[in-house]
Design a protein around this ligand. Structure first.
Ligand code: HEC
Ligand code: HEC
Length: 352
């Protein structure tokens, strides 16, 4: 095509004008090609789900768990559900530094996302619960969160709703009395085990080189070369170990982290390394939600975890990579379910 050839010629002419062109800095040639494939060894694509043999995620159990996850009748005020603080329309969290629970009370910690949480080595910032099954009991009867008096109070609500009675029977076949607080927690957990968010990063490490932009690939190299991968690795790019916040330089916080669980001196200021999946969508950051932007979180990580003063350019580069860790939750999991109707015997809301 004549026009194109003409264009190319013109460009060539400009390029050979030496004096003008040397003033411009050529793009630095990276020592290694962007994202050398051997660097992927510590990462892997997300699995299709986090199902466990002990809590089989049958379609009935998952569907029930989803309803319960969204049902505010599991709270004393009947205004707060799991989804209030872990909003699936907002990547499994609420965008608040700390979340308002019963009567607006706020705890000292940020609500982490429930997306991919089932994959974590343990639950909570300090890992005090071993899995999502154990975890799901906590918030319902926590006075500062959903504030139900006890498990029986929850069962009373569930047994008053005929559709739930049927759904529990289908979800826990063969059990003589399936409507229990334990089973409610198990159903919620079975639902959480489906909250997987594959995205472009999964395609990229599976070999689709075009899945990431050049900026994102360079960002991965920066992330890798600075050593972030030493704690944030695996399928969920974190979530697999406990580490001291302030590994290289003390971090100012009064939260003792895992020490409160183990009483082991070495666990002071130790926290579960968070997953970085969907991290661009889950501000604010850190265990207390005190860090507003991803760039600031990255800068502080360099300083306190690696003893590095990252340049603005390096921070921007890493942030670009972290954006590529955003994924998608299947629409049938994210969409709010139809909830079964209360009856005359359903206990009334109590806001006190
Ligand atoms: C009032 C807000 C609130 C409500 C309601 C709430 N949570 Fe949470 N959730 C939190 C906070 C805050 C944490 C972190 C607490 C900590 O680490 O000490 C948390 C932690 C978690 C975690 C741990 C995730 C991880 O990566 O460690 C899971 C899973 C979870 N919640 C699921 C649920 C489920 C299921 C429900 C409903 C039964 C629920 N939450 C209700 C605020 C809430
Ligand atoms: C020595 C282990 C370690 C290293 C190295 C490390 N991190 Fe972290 N990272 C953690 C821990 C622990 C936390 C939890 C901090 C808290 O609880 O306040 C965290 C938190 C984060 C968060 C906030 C997550 C959230 O959900 O709030 C981001 C973002 C992050 N790290 C990115 C990075 C980047 C980028 C690097 C490299 C510059 C890096 N980390 C290096 C251990 C590490």
């Amino acid at each position: 095509m004549v026009a194109t050839v003409g264009c190319e010629k013109k460009t060539e002419t400009v390029n050979v004008a030496p004096v003008v062109e040397t003033a411009k800095q050529p793009a630095p040639v990276p020592a290694k090609p962007a994202s050398d494939k051997t660097r992927f060894a510590l990462f892997s694509p997300l699995p299709p789900n986090y199902d466990s043999a002990a809590n089989a995620g049958s379609p009935d159990r998952v569907a029930l768990g989803k309803q319960l996850y969204f049902d505010a009748r599991l709270s004393k005020s009947q205004k707060i559900s799991c989804n209030s603080c872990h909003d699936l329309a907002k990547f499994g969290q609420d965008g608040e530094a700390t979340s308002p629970g019963h009567k607006g009370q706020r705890g000292g910690r940020n609500s982490p996302t429930t997306l991919n949480a089932a994959a974590h080595v343990a639950q909570f910032w300090d890992g005090r619960m071993k899995d999502v099954e154990a975890q799901a009991h906590g918030p319902v009867t926590n006075p500062g969160e959903m504030a139900m008096a006890n498990g029986e109070a929850v069962e009373k609500v569930l047994r008053s709703v005929p559709e739930y009675v049927k759904a529990f029977a289908a979800a826990f076949p063969g059990e003589t009395s399936p409507v229990t607080f334990d089973n409610a927690a198990n159903a919620i957990a079975a639902f959480e085990r489906k909250l997987v968010t594959p995205g472009r990063w999964d395609k990229f490490i599976a070999g689709d080189d075009a899945a990431l932009t050049e900026d994102e690939k360079r960002g991965f190299d920066t992330f890798y070369e600075k050593g972030c991968f030493s704690c944030h690795n695996g399928a969920t790019v974190g979530g697999a170990s406990f580490q001291k916040l302030g590994a290289k330089e003390a971090y100012p916080t009064t939260d003792l982290g895992r020490f409160q669980v183990t009483k082991n001196e070495a666990d002071r200021f130790v926290f579960k390394v968070p997953s970085l999946r969907n991290i661009a969508k889950t501000a604010p950051y850190f265990h207390d939600g005190s860090i507003a932007t991803l760039g600031e979180a990255v800068r502080l990580m360099g300083k306190h975890q690696l003893g590095l003063a990252l340049s603005d350019g390096e921070v921007t580069s890493i942030v670009a990579f972290l954006g590529a860790l955003t994924g998608d939750l299947a629409a049938d999991l994210a969409s709010p379910p139809q909830l079964p109707k209360s009856t005359k015997t359903t206990p009334k809301a109590d806001e006190n």
